[in-house]
Design a protein around this ligand. Structure first.
Ligand code: TMP
Ligand code: ASP
Length: 258
């Protein structure tokens, strides 16, 4: 087998050079980290599920005209994506207060904002991804005025689309993080949505009882992350049907899928 060229390895994903010009292969690992990787673990099959989630959400966004890096899923753990230079910003949209905004500003957890709040964090692990504003972004040339306008407009459209989609599955989209890139293929000049959309990058609360169905289950040690992600997948009918044999018993086990 030809050894693939690794372009970049992050905490939960690896990017390889793609099989077609201007493409990367995005590989989803089973690793999960929190607090800038101070806390880490591995959950068998998490990468499989996030690959399927991200494909599902990105496809839906393409259907409403939001350009993103997904070309197609190529196997259980990998997808072919448009090669991009990632803009070094984590773009967060918040509908309900929790997490770092509640901590930083003392806002009661569960407070519903009158309109969505958009935040930017500078993507730099050494600095712990600090919160930044538009002046910082322009001054340090992390993005241009046009790119920032495009990013902000896409982020709110993604929020509208995903909020509706999750609502239909009886899930509240509390907040989420997006990343954007500049396609290396310069015939496609605008910024596009990149990275992933999955329960790793969103906060999802069960509409009935506010049960956490996202990575907070791991961050806060409040349950079983595999069960939470499977629950979300089930609501969208995304669980691949496969049966594995364990302890001589036939058992449905998505988390042992390769
Ligand atoms: P925060 O409340 O911790 O700032 O997180 C806001 C949203 O961003 C939440 O949906 C989780 C997501 N997020 C990431 O995807 N990656 C990160 O490194 C962090 C800190 C948050
Ligand atoms: N992905 C982050 C990390 O471990 C943290 C988080 O998602 O909370 O760096």
């Amino acid at each position: 087998m030809v050894k693939r060229q690794k372009i970049y390895e992050g905490k939960a994903k690896v990017l390889y050079r793609g099989t077609e010009p201007f493409t990367f292969i995005q590989h989803f690992k089973d690793d999960v980290t929190a607090f800038n990787a101070e806390k880490k673990d591995t959950y068998e099959g998490k990468g499989v599920l996030n690959n399927i989630f991200s494909e599902f959400f990105m496809k839906g966004l393409s259907e409403i005209g939001i350009n993103n890096h997904l070309i197609r899923r190529i196997n259980m753990r990998e997808q072919l994506v448009m090669a991009c230079e990632i803009i070094p910003l984590e773009v967060v949209v918040r509908n309900i207060s929790t997490g770092s905004i509640s901590k930083r500003l003392g806002i009661k957890e569960g407070h519903v904002f009158s309109r969505p709040i958009l935040e930017f964090y500078y993507k730099d692990d050494k600095l712990n991804d600090p919160l930044v504003n538009e002046d910082h972004i322009l001054e340090f040339e992390w993005a241009t005025v046009q790119e920032l306008e495009e990013i902000s407009s896409i982020a709110f459209r993604v929020n509208d689309f995903l909020s509706g989609l999750f609502f239909g599955a009886e899930i509240v989209l509390v907040d989420f993080k997006l990343e954007f890139g500049r396609p290396l293929d310069k015939s496609n000049s605008k910024v596009i949505l990149a990275d992933e959309i999955s329960p790793d990058s969103c906060r999802l609360w069960d509409k009935k009882n506010n049960k956490r169905l996202d990575k907070d289950v791991f961050r806060l040690d409040i349950g079983n992350i595999s069960e939470a992600y499977e629950e979300v997948a089930q609501r969208f009918n995304l669980l691949p049907k496969r049966v594995s044999v364990q302890n001589n018993k036939m058992k449905n086990n998505i988390f042992s899928l390769e």
